[in-house]
Design a protein around this ligand. Structure first.
Ligand SMILES: Nc1ncnc2c1ncn2[C@@H]1O[C@H](COP(=O)(O)OP(=O)(O)OP(=O)(O)O)[C@@H](O)[C@H]1O
Ligand SMILES: [Mg+2]
Length: 558
């Protein structure tokens, strides 16, 4: 009681001390403010705001993830997506690719261009045009285990979406899917809220090129600059790694187009599609494959779903898991799937087939480097196929040294993945990491810790795989899988050893030449001394000096 009284007394005292007017004016206002700021959410109120997110809305917000973070990069990414698609389509149809790339400034507009990429590929059937260009995550390559430039089903629709966001204009596609049929021109928009195409206009294109092919036109906000990471560099490197492709490039403000001529008439061997290898498969994927299998038994389902699983191997997996080979795959419970998954990891299974990966090849890497730079030494290597997470891959490396390359600069690195030049994010890429991690001092080059080697050097690295593990959707850098890093290092070591041998031979020759020059400088003096000591006639002295010169000359040649 006493306590309560005391408290009451205290409270009274406080209100007494403050002027009544101030207290009544300020306190309710403050309380009101905090009440509007802090409305507590309930599960029900949150439920009203929870809804599905459209994939295109997500990527419109996060367009930097797709390589559209600034106008310069956006211009490059748009051309890259369209060119990669065109070459992929031509190769699939076994057509030697003939590409036309145009960048035309829009009159009266600053930093606005129309990008057009035209190919002589197989074309696109009418019913597919809308979905390909007006829907994100729609394509033919994602589900196939086969080497190609594209893999995600997002590239060209994202470029169109960027154009639409920055200029409000739809994409314009002209395509003729058969040699003799009519060419169709369509305008496609993407409904970002629903990730659905809106085909706006559709008519016959009478003036379109002869034969089959596709032309994609996108108006966008972009910035055109030459130099490093430019469209010009991308096309030049594309021509270097794809000698079978011919590209005519009309840059903005240029009088004449640049033509990258075809250097090889051979279309690369078509990459073979494979099934996943069981050693790379994850538990969830295994369970899904078994559940969806049309096979009548687990043994049959394993054989159907995976590569390198013969009847004997499938039997061995079932035995090791303690699961009947005759069990119905659709009835496999989670626990059994887990047992099968563990058994797969313990079973010896042949490595994946490797004809699904098509490298550029040592000779063409050398040819490409020779076309690009003027150097004294060229060397290249194509490694045997290796595997990461069940995906086969091949690493190729090449080195050019000397010539008119700058001697005091850091080495220039040219990176490729599935024959596509990678121009951005070198710091995040396994290729750069492997180059920096190689001890170039062993091969006679200078190198600071954690840096690229110094010298007149170009380093070329290509990673080819049925699925290149990129660090993001913009496909700019290869992820650091230990198996990939190791293969790149081995390829670099092989090239490095050849460079080291070349440099030490050069150094030895230079040293010897120096010695010979030094001796020949003193030959007349040796002649005088010999004449004095041996009392030779002038003729004898000349003969002796000539003989010494002869010996020196012969030793230089050896
Ligand atoms: N020029 C073209 N000729 C024929 N087919 C094409 C052409 N361009 C695109 N396609 C088809 O459209 C699909 C979608 O292309 P898109 O660039 O969006 O995805 P992708 O190439 O499969 O993968 P990524 O997102 O990695 O580029 C392709 O898979 C291909 O089947
Ligand atoms: Mg693509």
């Amino acid at each position: 009681m006493a306590v309560r009284k005391a408290r009451g007394a205290k409270r009274k005292k406080v209100t007494k001390r403050k002027p009544a007017k101030r207290a009544t004016r300020k306190k309710p206002a403050a309380r009101k403010k905090s009440a509007t700021r802090r409305t507590k959410a309930t599960a029900e109120s949150m439920a009203k705001r929870q809804r599905e997110i459209s994939v295109s809305e997500f990527f419109a917000k996060n367009r930097h993830l797709l390589g559209f973070d600034n106008p310069r990069k956006a211009l490059l990414t748009t051309i890259k997506e369209a060119v990669d698609n065109s070459i992929d389509a031509c190769e699939e149809a076994e057509i030697l690719p003939d590409l036309l790339v145009e960048i035309t400034p829009v009159e009266g507009e600053d930093e606005r261009f129309v990008v057009a990429v035209e190919d002589n590929g197989p074309g696109i059937v009418k019913a597919q045009v809308g979905k390909i260009f007006g829907k994100l995550l729609y394509g033919s390559k994602f589900h196939s285990m086969k080497q190609s430039r594209g893999q995600q089903g997002i590239g060209i629709s994202a470029a169109g979406m960027y154009g639409q966001l920055t200029t409000g204009k739809p994409m314009r596609i002209t395509t003729r899917p058969s040699k003799s049929g009519k060419a169709l021109r369509m305008e496609v928009r993407i409904d970002t809220a629903r990730n659905r195409p809106e085909v706006m206009r559709e008519r016959e294109a009478k003036t379109f090129r002869k034969g089959s092919g596709t032309r994609v036109e996108i108006q966008l906000e972009g910035r055109y600059l030459k130099g490093k990471q430019s469209v010009d560099e991308y096309l030049q490197q594309t021509a270097m790694a794809n000698p079978h492709v011919s590209i005519t490039y009309q840059g903005p403000g240029e009088d004449e187009p640049v033509v990258f001529k075809r250097a090889s008439q051979r279309i690369p061997d078509p990459a073979r599609e494979i099934k996943p290898h069981p050693h790379g498969v994850e538990l969830g994927v295994l369970a899904r494959l078994l559940k969806g299998s049309p096979a009548r038994t687990v043994k049959g389902a394993l054989q159907d779903a995976f590569s390198r699983v013969s009847s004997a191997v499938a039997g061995a997996i079932c035995d090791a898991a303690g699961v009947s080979t005759k069990a119905r795959p659709g009835a496999i419970a989670n626990r059994e799937a887990d047992l099968l998954y563990k058994a797969i990891r313990k079973t010896r299974i042949m490595s994946p087939a490797t004809d699904c990966v098509v490298p550029i090849g040592q000779e063409l890497v050398l040819e490409g480097l020779k076309k690009e730079v003027d150097a004294d030494l060229f060397t290249a290597v194509t490694r045997p196929p290796a595997v990461y997470r069940g995906n086969p891959f091949v690493v190729e490396a090449g080195i050019a040294w000397g010539g008119n390359l700058p001697a005091d600069d850091l080495a220039r690195v040219i990176r490729f993945a599935n024959r596509v030049p990678l121009l951005y994010q070198p710091g995040a890429c396994a290729i750069s990491k492997s180059i920096v991690g190689t001890t170039w001092k062993n091969y006679g080059l200078q190198q600071s810790r954690g840096a690229l080697p110094v010298g007149p050097l170009v380093i070329f690295v290509h990673v080819a795989s049925v699925w290149v593990p990129f660090t993001s959707e913009s496909k700019e850098a290869v992820a650091h899988y230990p198996e990939i890093v190791k293969e790149i290092r081995l390829a670099l070591n092989e090239c490095g050893r050849k460079l080291g041998a070349f440099l030490s031979r050069r150094r030895r020759e230079a040293d010897e030449a120096k010695k010979v020059d030094y001796i020949s400088k003193y030959l007349p003096q040796i002649g005088i001394a010999l004449q004095e000591i041996l009392e030779l006639s002038d003729m004898q002295t000349t003969r002796a000096v000539n003989k010494l010169e002869d010996v020196l000359e012969r030793s230089r040649k050896h």
